[in-house]
Design a protein around this ligand. Structure first.
Ligand SMILES: Nc1ncnc2c1ncn2[C@@H]1O[C@H](COP(=O)(O)OP(=O)(O)O)[C@@H](O)[C@H]1O
Ligand SMILES: [Mg+2]
Length: 190
């Protein structure tokens, strides 16, 4: 699998080059960091700096986006718990994914799932950043998987809590609610 960051014409060429290469390197590093935190991610084979290209393992399987609504209740809950556990493993290692959508998750079999797209990931101990990560997940479920969003989010949070513990989970959840309220007051509609 080749992930190529193409040049953007509206950016100054030298800035464009620096952005594309630095993001490519950062993504490779973060895929590795996630793996250290026991989260399955594609193997990185090669980082082609000059062409801002990441060569990585092709993960065979449907994206969670395509299958979440088609699963039966039990399988959906299992899958979502697994997703929540992986988010917990990332956060426990102070790694924020940055783009937790169901397009960035590939299902292998049963409840096994591989996380991809670490281009926006970063290190942080801040619970606000963890809250933002989970808040995006919630928004994606509400908008893309509306019929099962509550059930899915509950299962994700249950998996998350298993990894980070009750206290941390409650603190991050409080942040999620604060972020939601802020969104509501600033007129965000979803
Ligand atoms: N390692 C991989 N194995 C299989 N499919 C992948 C892999 N990496 C990316 N993809 C597919 O390509 C799409 C875009 O890749 P992604 O890393 O999410 O880039 P973007 O930043 O453009 O969203 C993903 O949604 C997924 O369908
Ligand atoms: Mg993506």
């Amino acid at each position: 699998m080749f992930k190529v960051r193409m040049p953007k014409a509206y950016r100054h060429p030298s800035l464009d080059y620096r952005l594309r290469t630095s993001r490519t390197i950062r993504e490779a590093e973060n895929l590795h960091e996630a793996k250290k935190a026991a989260v399955p991610t594609p193997l990185v084979y090669f980082v082609d700096m000059d062409n801002a290209t990441l060569v990585m393992e092709y993960v065979q399987g449907p994206r969670v986006k395509e299958i979440l609504d088609k699963l039966n209740h039990q399988d959906r809950v299992k899958l979502c718990e697994g997703i929540g556990m992986h988010i917990g493993q990332l956060h426990r290692a102070s790694l924020i994914h940055g783009d937790l959508t169901t397009s960035n998750m590939i299902r292998l079999e049963e409840d096994k799932v591989v996380l991809i797209d670490f281009g926006l990931s970063f290190h942080s101990h801040n619970e606000e950043d963890m809250g933002v990560d989970l808040h995006l997940m919630k928004r994606v479920l509400d908008s893309t998987h509306h019929f099962h969003s509550q059930e899915a989010m509950m299962a994700i949070l249950s998996g998350y809590e298993k990894i980070v513990g009750n206290q941390s989970s409650l603190r991050v959840l409080k942040k999620v609610r604060e972020i939601e309220c802020r969104g509501r007051y600033s007129g965000e509609r979803l």
